[in-house]
Design a protein around this ligand. Structure first.
Ligand code: AMP
Length: 191
């Protein structure tokens, strides 16, 4: 299975991505996690990404695209993969199309978690206070949602037109959302 999971920041993509990856025996590839690991190790890539991440902006496409292209060449992606947090711009969609075409592959499904944006913002604000995340100010949290709405939400229509979309209600308990995604992907795999 070659999958994408999308949804606004705080929708629970990462949690669900881990579950999907385990169930389907594929790696979950989170561009945010790769950037954070590079940041923690102080690599040139991490240093380049840092300012954008801290401001809630997207890292430039050229940087992100080449990172993903390299990751998808690794052997563990042979049975498939789940992309979490990529693509996030129309230019990244085009680049992913070209990576897949080069490999003679196609996507099976794009899972979109639909959530109540304001409720998510309130949840993220509460978490920032509770966990003492000084960097997660209300301004940055709201900016991330804005950037998602401006740059990433339009991708939903692109994948809808390609008939690849699986929209899943992302509100409720984690287990409930997991079982909705599971049902949707089972349908895709049996189609
Ligand atoms: P995430 O954990 O997926 O929310 O990603 C954390 C941060 O990493 C984002 O706010 C961006 O600054 C950066 N990032 C992750 N994925 C991408 C992407 N596909 N394109 C650009 N920036 C990204």
């Amino acid at each position: 299975m070659r999958l994408i999971i999308m949804g606004p920041p705080g929708a629970g993509k990462g949690t669900q991505a881990t579950f999907i990856a385990t169930t389907w025996g594929i790696p979950a590839i989170s561009t945010g996690d790769i950037f954070r690991a590079n940041l923690a190790q102080g690599t040139p890539l991490g240093l380049e990404a840092r300012g954008y991440m801290e401001a809630g902006e997207y890292v430039p496409d050229s940087v992100t695209n080449s990172m993903v292209r390299n990751r998808l060449l690794e052997a563990d992606t042979t049975p498939g993969f789940l992309l979490d947090g990529y693509p996030r711009t129309l230019a990244q969609v085009a680049e992913l199309d070209s990576m897949l075409a080069d490999a003679g592959q196609h996507l099976d499904c794009v899972v979109v978690l639909t959530v109540d944006a304001e409720e998510i913002v309130q949840r993220l604000l509460a978490r920032a206070v509770k966990e003492g995340r000084a960097d997660d100010t209300e301004e940055v949290i709201r900016r991330r949602q804005e950037v998602y709405a401006e740059q990433t939400e339009p991708l939903i229509e692109v994948y809808r037109e390609r008939r690849l979309l699986c929209e899943v209600d992302g509100m409720g308990e984690v287990d409930e959302v997991t079982s909705r995604i599971s049902d949707a992907l089972t349908q895709v795999s049996e189609a």
